[in-house]
Design a protein around this ligand. Sequence first.
Ligand code: FAD
Length: 409
Amino acid sequence: MTTTKIVIVGAGAAGLTAAKELQRIEQDFLLLEASHRIGGRAYTEALAPGMPFDLGVHWIMEPSINPLMRLAERDQLRLEKDGKHYTAGRYFDDGEWLPEGSDLELAAFWDKQLETMAQASRENRETSVFDAIDNDDRWATYFHGLYAKEFTRDVDQASVMDAMAFVTREEDLAVAGGLGNLMAKYGVGVPVTLNSAVRSVDYSGSRLKLDTVKGRIHADKVIMTVSNGVLSSNGIEFKPTLPDWKLDAIEGLPLGSHNRVALMFGKPVLHELPEYFTVNTAGDGPIPFRNHPFGYDYVEIVTGGRIAEWMEKSGEPATVDFLLAKLREAAGSKAVPNPDRHIVSAWNGDPWVKGAYSCAQPGAADQRPILAQPIDGRIFFAGEATTSIAYGSVHGACISGRDAARAAA
Ligand SMILES: Cc1cc2nc3c(=O)[nH]c(=O)nc-3n(C[C@H](O)[C@H](O)[C@H](O)COP(=O)(O)OP(=O)(O)OC[C@H]3O[C@@H](n4cnc5c(N)ncnc54)[C@H](O)[C@@H]3O)c2cc1C
């Protein structure tokens, strides 16, 4: 049996930042991580030597307040600016390329919908995004699909007030070497016990009892940074059970689907296709492609919402076939061979995350601060879902971890 002052559960962005803060203010703590690695939803694999690919977080958002940016600058990493990845590029629409400049039309429609959504939010209309926007316009299908890609749930499942609470002021930056790799560097110097899933937190007595796969730990306080996917599936048992107000907050902020796919071809292909293009097919909706990211010879596809969920359920081979069919439609079938290698993320199936990131249900936008509220002055909550203006992001998770550590210390 081990005894410590504070246990941090989970070594993703929030847990690592909480640990760094406790190190800084010289508090006794243990950081427990269920999996074999740190980083959580920040994870990079390699398609080939020297060709990294992020399965999770990819963009450094709000660089001026993002602790990973300081590391990227320190190590002079290659970064690419990109403000265009929402509506960027050319569109292959039901069998034909739309004229150049169509992206400007979509961008204008997009901005108009955001204004309508902002108005709904100012009027405190806690409705779905679908109910707030114009669904009859020719660009509505694109908005629906690309919105779900960014926010993980389809427009009818997403709260308009939650969407409008999210703040982005700065241009995102992508790290050529992989943001997951950068997160691994962020964790250097943080003591963490890996392969140590917490099974239960008993807060019925004067000290907390945490049962882990490696044994029992007694602690004064605990900082839970596990995802809402883990909390909502009762991945950790609380004794007594969490109060209803906390369970409501967890339920109101489910993790949606968002996956990243890379198709790598053995020789340079698809150079005739634009860097960014979207293939829109009736029934499937728009699927956005990025051709040769950072100049690497692969194609990146990012999906979100119901179609991402469906693709993940269909499995990896079916996903690759589905996406290849879209690529071949746009490129002409001869131009696209089978890929030599591919990577397909599957966050819903990750037992330590169970989804991509949180998106409030209509009516639940006010639940984020409630999710963040401690219980009994001893159980603290951090992680992306607990922040109202930077949910679904690494910088939001980091800020929440730092704040929870200060509150628990
Ligand atoms: C595909 C994808 C793309 C994304 N793109 C971006 C982006 O471009 N920019 C951006 O800023 N954000 C992005 N995000 C969101 C970002 O990754 C998350 O907001 C952030 O990483 C969450 O950090 P966290 O610490 O809150 O949670 P997590 O990273 O989920 O960390 C929680 C940790 O808890 C561990 N854990 C779970 N259960 C237990 C247990 N029982 N015991 C012990 N440990 C446990 C998990 O293994 C995990 O390591 C993306 C996410 C995904 C999935």
